[in-house]
Write a protein that binds this ligand. Sequence first.
Ligand code: AOF
Ligand code: ZN
Length: 336
Amino acid sequence: MTHADFMHRCLELAMLGHKRVGNGALVGSVLVRDGKIIAEDFHREFGREHAERALLQSFTGDILPTDTLYVNLEPCCHHGKTLPCTDIILERGVKHVVIGMQDPDSRVRGQGIELLRSKGVMIEGPVLRAECEWLNRGFLSVRTKNRPWITLKSAHASDGRIANADGSPLAITSQEQNVWSHTFLRSRHDAILVGVQTIINDNPRLDARLAPLTPGPSPEGRGEFFPWRIIFDPHGRTPHDAHVVTDEHASSTIIIVDPSHAEKLSDQSQNGVKIFPIAIAADGFVWNDLWNVLLQSSGDFHGVTSILVEGGAKTWEMFKKAGMMDMEVNVVGSGQ
Ligand code: AOF
Ligand code: ZN
């Protein structure tokens, strides 16, 4: 087993925190002795212990000077919701740490590494830096650009149509393409965003039901990933019987509405739907206000780090015009 193998395991563990860590980082950690993993853990939930602290708290045996701790993010050295990870690393006598990437958080940014080095801990890395940064692209974006990672996804038939002439929905993509989108797009973002017209036209469920079950931290070990669903609805037109506001996951739905129309949606919050009033300018969001709300924690919502924008055309345009995009995926279907 190599450094890369152990770092891969950190990344697998880190992914189990997806959506649960809110606006925080996805982090996994393993402790290796004589080439074997003897303990592992991950950052399980927003506000809970960080990965390496969770590991060192549950592993109560002695740490040997020859043991190596792997973690895909530089250990933090700040007092946040929990105590600094560097404290427990030093307290427990860990002598060798391998990291995957530097922490972009301004409270850490290299200082965690420096501190541990100054106390005689050997730090190696970054190992698998590109993979580590890719897994945490949302967290990186939040910490460096103050906005989530944004992917625009569109689909059109090979003849260019995105709907039937009368505006009714058109099954553009094949089942295989839909499975792919659910697995590699919907399951890999914290939230899916659409404009209200898409809700009115298509009444979509905006879930990842076609993705294979992913390994999960539940006792059963496997779980279904359920993304946040964000509806951009300036005038409060979301139908009261739409799937996204009536199904069992209604509490994962967020409606962004102009404050002057918020009243129209007030009864929807009974189902757990979150109504976020944000002033809407003529050409779309007041972006700073939008990110302020979507990156912050309030109630059982702890912020998002990545958004998949699924349309429709007006919504894509708004994001494109503002340069609010990191990746664009266009699926070309047969439109049968
Ligand atoms: C680590 N290991 O597992 C994570 C780290 O709000 P807090 O207190 O949770 O702090 C959040 C910051 O802590 C986050 O921005 C990042 O710098 C670091 N996250 N650090 O050593 C972890 N999740
Ligand atoms: Zn930490």
